[in-house]
Ligand binder design. Structure first.
Ligand SMILES: *Cc1c(COP(=O)(O)O)cnc(C)c1O
Length: 348
């Protein structure tokens, strides 16, 4: 038995990609961000399905991720690297035909010297202060860099999950200031910016989280379902405690189910207190601390011992679970355990 059963709906991922694609005009390409193993869902499976749906631009963080994706997808799609061209990556970029998104003056120099005939893109910083050339750096090197014909110029929005945040318009204005008039395709938006409307789309959008059913794409189709098997059920008496440190005490005689899955599987300790697991339609409170690979559940109110509990589905998505733990859906997804048995709908 695995610790849990994770079902990933690739048809829903493809539908979410198509829905985001339909929001931008036909001259705007819709790529897909599949870094961190497609946010924990499996980059090879996800990118393979999106390739079949028509996606030809994939974004990952590291050159190693890019190499794995190239092996899976073959020569056709463009694979962009958000870390750019790091020292030591030259051979990988060359062999796997990756497009480094150069993010500093040093990286531009490195790339043009090491791989002068290989395609590259450029990342500009418009206010997030994470990666990308600042206004003054860009002013100094733009002419030289543009002569080498970058295939894409991008920036990234820091606050696009909040449509009302004035920082979005400030970054948009700065992106225009830095790139208007250049003859290179431009991309500013991930999921959040795609939802902000046409002004933010330029020539390419590159959503990630929205593909996987997460906020801010509130109309996304749900993608993941997670069930945990029950290992043992037993009665306890009023006054007995459950779990490490005995943080929970039974107020009446009751029955406990101990289920497989714990913080090593991405079910954070911070989910407690207050986590419910679902036995069919009936919520059952998790009790005591979440252990590394076990969780206790009070089932005193059930007629029969359940075989599994549902943790994630269309009714409770990654954002609801994330809120319970004080984090975001991105972190729940990327923490999903490597020990789960994974099954896919829509895999070839
Ligand atoms: C992760 C990332 C994306 C995708 O962001 P989502 O919010 O998941 O859509 C796009 N661009 C950059 C630079 C990123 O780091």
């Amino acid at each position: 038995m695995p610790t849990g059963f994770l079902h990933i709906d690739l048809e829903a991922v493809a539908a979410n990609w198509a829905a985001l694609d339909a929001m931008s005009s036909s001259d705007c390409e819709t790529g897909a961000t599949v870094k961190a193993d497609a946010y924990g869902l499996g980059a090879v499976a996800v990118a393979g399905r999106l390739f079949r749906a028509g996606c030809r631009a994939f974004f990952v963080a590291s050159a190693d991720e890019g190499m794995a994706l190239r092996r899976a997808l073959g020569p056709e799609p463009r694979i962009y690297i958000y870390y750019g061209h790091m020292a030591g990556d030259t051979a990988t970029i060359d062999r796997a035909d990756l497009v480094p998104m150069l993010c500093s003056v040093d990286q531009i120099a490195r790339h043009l010297e090491a791989l002068p005939r290989r395609p590259f893109g450029i990342q500009l910083d418009t206010g997030m202060n994470r990666l990308g050339l600042k206004m003054s750096e860009w002013a100094a090197v733009a002419e030289l860099a543009l002569r080498a014909r970058p295939v894409l110029v991008t920036s990234h929005l820091a606050c696009s999950d909040d449509a009302a945040n004035p920082e979005n318009a400030r970054q948009l204005a700065r992106f225009h200031e830095m790139t208007d008039g250049i003859d290179v395709p431009r991309s500013l938006s991930a999921t959040g910016g795609t939802l902000l409307g046409g002004d933010y789309h330029f020539d390419m959008v590159r959503p990630g989280i929205g593909l996987y059913g997460g906020l801010p794409f509130s109309d996304a189709e749900p993608v993941v379902r997670l069930d945990l098997p029950v290992i043992a059920c037993f009665d306890i008496a009023e006054g007995e405690r459950v779990g490490y440190d005995g943080t929970w005490t039974a107020r009446t005689d009751t029955r406990i189910a101990t289920v497989a899955g714990g913080y090593a599987d991405g079910l954070f300790r911070a989910l407690q207190p207050g986590l419910d697991l679902m036995a069919g339609p009936v919520p059952c409170p998790a009790v005591g601390r979440v252990s590394m690979d076990l969780i206790g559940v009070d089932i005193g109110h059930l007629d029969a011992d359940p075989e599994t509990f549902r943790v994630l589905d269309a009714h409770r998505g990654v954002d609801a679970l994330a809120a319970q733990a004080g984090t975001i859906g991105y972190e729940v997804l990327t923490s999903l355990g490597g020990r789960y048995h994974r099954s896919y709908r829509g895999d070839e």
